[in-house]
Design a protein around this ligand. Structure first.
Ligand code: NCD
Ligand code: ZN
Ligand code: ZN
Length: 462
């Protein structure tokens, strides 16, 4: 019957539109050995065929900022539940933060964490190490063990890990540079926010807006300026996690004009919520750095249009119901879930004309893969890349429904939000891992180390 195929494809996705940061390509996509092996028209027949007519084929989302809470805080989330949420949401790679228990400051702890989570993840994952007060000697070992990067907590947040002083930061930045690791920063000035919190507490304030007032833009701007100055002197590749203020973004532009190179992350939460959310949700939307008045979100959106914001991440930060319902803001825990809802929410922004589908691929897949050095395999669907892809119906209506989410405590401030654009199916290295809101198959996720130690070409002047 017909001509025998010359190539043995395992899977062909037909009739869809492949999305890159620059283009929309109407073509079929073929998979062999878990990688993309051909893109074109009239590809040979495969045993498995998928009809993607009218659908977008996106590279799987690379979420560079999640907290899956293992080991030590599995009552909030674990790698099984967190990665199920990711897979269903079209996220095929996550980078997990190091503020687990114990914090990932040494090689031993890193290896223990890897042992704990290996075999549980439905998506591929990188693990961050921590840049702490006393662990500069461990940094080359963390790099050797495959840490995806380091996180530096300059300001207090979940885990209450001590914030290193400038001497320790400088030492850690040097070790990171020598080891070729990207340093991602929680850029808030700790002594300043502690002082402001003390004054607000002394006034008897316990409401959620007191937390916002304790972390004004100055807290972020000072930390961004200081870390860019230190990292610039050392030559460390620098990434600012969850940049949240107009002032912080203006400062980043000034720093780039001075020749500093740094990449910037905006969170879905900071883009979609403003301080009016406190009236409805109170401490559920406590976040470090805080959800702010709308002008700051508008500045982040402008930064997306101008290219000053490099990536969008979720900061998926689950907590128990009691922790989030705590009425005193100083006792409530910062952050909420988001890894499962981020792509549908961003697709909705596309449908509303706020950005393009190409922007979503650039911000949520291609750029994070480049920054952390996994772009040989992840973040795009060129021939040779891992066949991590998401089939999206850009017009399908949906409603965010906590009861359908896969996190341990599926409480979301987006409850009831109407969405346009849905994740129909998620594939990891050519295997179906989620379809129509449900997980498929056993955990297949693998640990990912950065490919090379070459610094990213993103982030400013070379
Ligand atoms: C994060 C968490 O809960 O681990 N919380 C938050 O408010 N952002 C920690 C963090 O990313 O700073
Ligand atoms: Zn943080
Ligand atoms: Zn975080």
């Amino acid at each position: 019957m017909g001509t025998a195929p010359t190539v043995n494809y395992e899977l062909v996705v037909r009739g869809g539109t492949i999305v890159t940061p620059e283009r929309l390509i109407r073509a079929d996509l073929a998979v062999a050995d878990g990688t993309v092996c051909a893109i074109g028209t009239s590809l040979a027949h495969a045993d498995k065929e998928i009809d993607a007519t009218g659908r977008y084929i996106l590279p799987g989302v690379v979420d560079a900022h999640v907290h899956f809470r293992e080991p030590g805080m599995a009552y909030k989330e674990d790698f099984g539940t967190g990665s199920r949420a990711a897979a269903v949401g079209g996220v095929t790679t996550v980078f997990d933060m190091p503020n687990t228990v114990p914090p990932v400051a040494t090689l031993d702890i890193f290896e223990h964490k890897l042992d704990t989570v290996a075999g549980k993840s439905h998506v591929d994952f990188g693990l961050y190490g921590m840049l702490g007060q006393d662990n500069a000697d461990e940094i080359p070992k963390l790099a050797g063990a495959g840490a995806i990067g380091l996180k530096l907590f300059m300001g207090q947040t979940t885990g209450d890990n001590p914030c290193p002083d400038d001497g320790a930061i400088y030492r850690g930045l040097r070790a990171a540079e020598e080891s070729g690791l990207v340093v991602g920063v929680h850029a808030e000035n700790n002594p300043l926010l502690q002082q402001l919190a003390k004054e607000l507490r002394a006034q008897g304030r316990t409401d959620v807006r007191a937390h916002l007032e304790s972390r004004p833009p100055l807290v972020e701007v000072e930390a961004v300026t200081r870390i860019a100055t230190l990292a610039g002197a050392v030559g460390t590749t620098l990434h600012i996690h969850h940049l949240s203020t107009r002032d912080g973004l203006e400062r980043v532009k000034m720093l780039r004009a001075l020749g500093h190179r740094l990449t910037v992350e905006a969170l879905v939460g900071h883009l979609l919520l403003d301080d009016s959310a406190y009236d409805e949700f109170a401490n559920l939307v406590k976040l470090n750095p805080p959800v702010r008045p709308a002008e700051h979100g508008a500045a982040l959106w402008a930064g997306i249009s101008s290219g000053d914001v490099d990536i969008v991440a979720t900061d998926h930060a689950p907590h128990s119901g009691e922790e989030q319902a705590e009425p005193n803001v100083w006792c409530a825990h910062g952050g909420w879930i988001g890894v499962e809802t981020s792509l549908p929410l961003m697709l909705t922004q596309v449908a509303q004309g706020r950005l393009t589908i190409n922007d979503v691929v650039r911000l949520c897949a291609a750029n994070p893969a480049r920054i952390w050095g996994i772009d040989d395999r992840k973040g795009h669907l060129d021939v040779g890349a891992d066949a991590d892809f998401v089939i999206v119906d850009p017009a399908a209506p949906g409603v965010v429904t906590g009861a359908h989410l896969h996190s341990k405590h599926p409480v979301t401030p987006y409850e009831g939000w109407e969405t346009t654009g849905s994740v129909e199916a998620t594939y990891l290295r050519g295997e179906l891992i989620a379809e129509h809101g449900e997980i498929v198959g056993p955990p297949r996720g693998r640990h990912l180390a950065p490919r090379d130690r070459k610094p990213t070409t993103l982030g400013g002047p070379l």
